[in-house]
Design a protein around this ligand. Structure first.
Ligand code: ATP
Ligand code: MG
Ligand code: FE
Length: 331
């Protein structure tokens, strides 16, 4: 089955074609324009998607199958994300569906992040999935046709924490890769002990990253002079290790409470080499990650999720009610 995937939920415009699970094309345009604002500006994002989506679509068709006639299904992200940005992708996909009479399915962006792992690995449910991205940090138990949430952040997402701490330290948005690079430069043996929140007042294995971010903020503000390069590397290292500790702690709880299953680590934060290494160690290598291009936002993962839904008989027309969750709506 040849699937055209379309993703415009945030600040990446992406169009991809997958053919029976094999990625034929996966064009991603990252809207760098937001960097100067320190975060994504929704209205600008929508306008940038409008400029790019048709161009990328033409490119992936021209460089692979040659014609829309060869496409069996269109899969488009319809939630969660920026409403205006989503509307661009959904409207474009709807136009193709009507004009070319190709079946259309709406895909949850988080389901896409999870499906990314099945493109390069033969991992099949049941498994645990840690989705860590700019807007979400949750652990699911993934079954063939359902997701149960086992833990989630009660405040900031992990990627958001990387971005906010990065902003404090003067890095451009998105700051995750800069923090990882700086942390690697740290060679000392006296890291700062930033707190790892134990979120015990709620059920499940939940995260809290806002206290960690505030601790880093106080630490940085406390120093009268700007941080030296070495001190900045130390802050990055110590912050990143606190995120490692939060992930490991919650995954241990989940293994203890729900038995042992393989782990998929997905979403933009799963690009982080230190986190990958730490989780591989913790799970004795029974952990799977998409390659970095498939961890970050891309349309191949949306096409893959759409194909799997469609093949299971799910028919879900894109809907435009805003939601921030994966679990509440399936059909
Ligand atoms: P969501 O998927 O929740 O809707 P999003 O699509 O904006 O949000 P992604 O594109 O999946 O999020 O991930 C982007 C996030 O990943 C950013 O917060 C970015 O800083 C973070 N990130 C990217 N690379 C790294 C890295 N090497 N280390 C840590 N974080 C990273
Ligand atoms: Mg993004
Ligand atoms: Fe994402």
């Amino acid at each position: 089955m040849r699937v055209l995937g379309i993703e415009t939920s945030c600040d990446e415009t992406s169009v991809a074609i997958i053919d029976n699970g094999r990625v034929r094309a996966n064009e991603v345009f990252t809207q760098d324009i937001h960097a100067v604002y320190g975060g994504v500006v929704p209205e600008i994002a929508s306008r940038e998607h409008i400029k790019k989506v048709a161009i990328l679509c033409k490119k992936v068709i021209d460089t692979t199958v040659g014609s829309l006639d060869a496409i069996d299904l269109i899969a488009v992200t319809d939630r969660p994300g920026l409403a205006g940005a989503l509307l661009v992708g959904v409207s474009f996909a709807y136009g193709l569906h009507v004009a070319e009479n190709i079946p259309l399915i709406g895909v949850n962006h988080l389901e896409g992040h999870i499906a990314a792992v099945t493109i390069e690995h033969s991992l099949r449910p049941p498994f645990f999935a840690l989705v860590a991205s700019g807007g979400h940090t949750s652990i699911y138990r993934v079954a063939e046709d359902s997701y149960s949430i086992l833990g989630q952040t009660i405040d900031d997402a992990a990627g958001e924490a990387f971005d906010k701490v990065g902003k404090l330290l003067g890095f451009p948005y998105p700051a995750g890769p800069y923090i990882e690079r700086e942390a690697r430069r740290y060679t000392g043996s006296d890291p700062i002990e930033f707190p790892v929140a134990q979120v015990t007042q709620y059920d499940g294995a939940n995260f809290s990253f806002s206290g960690l971010k505030t601790s880093v903020k106080y630490y940085v503000q406390k120093s009268s002079a700007p941080l030296s390069e070495d001190e900045r590397a130390r802050v990055c290292y110590s912050f990143q290790e606190a995120v490692v500790a939060a992930f490991v702690q919650n995954l241990r709880t989940i293994l203890h409470e729900h038995g042992s299953l393989p782990l998929a680590f997905v979403g933009g934060v799963a690009c982080n080499g230190r986190l990958r290494e730490a989780l591989s160690e913790e799970f004795s290598n029974d952990v799977f990650f998409p390659s970095p291009k498939l961890c970050a936002d891309n349309a191949a993962m949306i096409a893959q999720a759409g194909a799997r839904l469609y093949q299971r008989g799910v028919r879900r027309f894109p809907r435009m009610e805003p939601t921030s969750r994966l679990t509440e709506e399936r059909g």
